[in-house]
Design a protein around this ligand. Structure first.
Ligand SMILES: [Zn+2]
Length: 367
């Protein structure tokens, strides 16, 4: 689909769901949905901030999945801090896109929720976009939110993941999405192909990019289940850079000279020890590594002697540690200790320099 031209926003009064704001005003409201839980209609909170001057409309969304909290806090602080006298255009925020999952901790003792929500927990909201008018509760909520998209010029969908480096995921080959990720200043940009197993075509970022032509990115801010200040600050920086890139705020986005690109779910290598014990990493996530470079060591938990050195099988970037839930650093034989991505070829077709040489060259890539 062609990249569309910016619509801009010139109206005096805006209304999103029940949130109504004039130029120079902020308002909270709700998007009503036809989904019901516990006999009550589910409403999705929405915030609307209208700048004094015309400009782009940015949608920030978070909370599609249970326990993914950092994006919600990034949105809360961004919305509180935004100065509508300086803002150009409009900010629309949906910090709790899926109240069934995000508000689950408040309702976990409620027998109606236990009965009704259990099955809906199996429905991944980020695989149902743009939702269905008469679908299940999750599809109905997505449908109600997707009515907002015609108003939107740009979209950031916040998620979290654990034991992985923070990243922006964008559709491969969609230049506007790639520009968005580059200017966001985030360390890792993951280029996602439509046939990716994880994303799928009904992923919000992929749907917005591919079907609507809206520059969109999924931003993963570790960790799951807890607010982590370092990653909240990263998210705030991503939003600020994006708003500058869109000329909604004065100033230029701050580039990240360390930014690197990977192809999401492709060209990665998992390091799985043949010994068991305590895995002690010797590198941080996001570090560029050369082929053969030591990533970490397995120690016996009986003798506390080293039993295996784990080197990188390729040149690339250390991107993730264990995906074992119970104790990330205590590994059985064959469980993943680390994951290294090869650096990707950017949209311009230029190969990224691998290994020790890569650190110096990372900042020079143009997309
Ligand atoms: Zn998620």
């Amino acid at each position: 689909m062609m990249e569309r031209s910016a619509k801009g926003h010139h109206r005096q009064i805006s209304k999103i769901g029940t949130a109504v704001a004039n130029r120079g005003e902020k308002a909270w409201g709700a998007i009503p949905t036809t989904a019901t839980i516990d006999g009550n209609a589910v409403a999705i909170p929405v915030g609307l901030a209208c700048g004094m001057k015309p400009g782009k409309t940015l949608l920030l969304l978070a909370g599609q999945h249970c326990g993914e909290l950092n994006g919600m806090e990034v949105i809360r602080r961004t919305f509180d801090a935004v100065d509508v006298r300086k803002l150009r255009g409009r900010l629309i925020v949906l910090p709790v896109a899926n109240p069934l999952q995000i508000k689950w901790p408040l309702n976990r003792e409620n027998p109606h929720w236990l009965k009704e929500v259990a099955d809906l927990f199996k429905v991944n909201m980020n695989r149902v976009w743009p939702g269905k008018r008469n679908g299940n509760a999750v599809e109905r909520m997505a449908y109600a939110m997707s009515r907002v998209f015609p108003e939107v010029d740009c979209l950031i969908d916040f998620h979290t993941w654990s034991s992985q480096y923070p990243a922006a995921i964008v559709k491969k080959g969609f230049a506007a999405g790639l520009r968005l990720a580059r200017h966001s200043g985030i360390g890792a940009v993951a280029l996602e192909e439509p046939d990716s197993l994880v994303g799928g075509l009904k992923d919000l970022q992929m749907y917005a990019s591919r079907k609507l032509g809206i520059p969109a990115m999924t931003v993963e801010l570790p960790e799951n289940r807890v607010l982590t200040e370092k990653n909240i600050q990263l998210g705030l920086k991503v939003v600020q850079n994006t708003m500058r890139h869109l000329k909604m705020l004065p100033g230029k986005p701050e580039p990240n000279p360390q930014q690197f690109f990977i192809t999401y779910n492709k060209h990665f290598h998992e390091i799985r020890p043949t010994a068991e014990g305590l895995f002690v990493p010797l590198k941080d996530l996001g570090e560029l590594v050369a082929k053969g470079e030591l990533l970490g060591r397995i120690y016996s938990m009986d003798t506390f002697r080293p039993v295996q050195d784990l080197g990188s099988p390729v040149s690339g970037v250390l991107f993730a540690f264990s995906d074992v839930d119970c104790a990330t650093n205590i590994l059985r034989r064959g469980e993943r200790a680390a994951l290294v991505y090869e650096l990707a070829i950017t949209a311009s077709g230029r190969a990224r320099a691998p290994g020790a040489d890569a650190r110096r060259k990372t900042g020079q890539a143009k997309a």
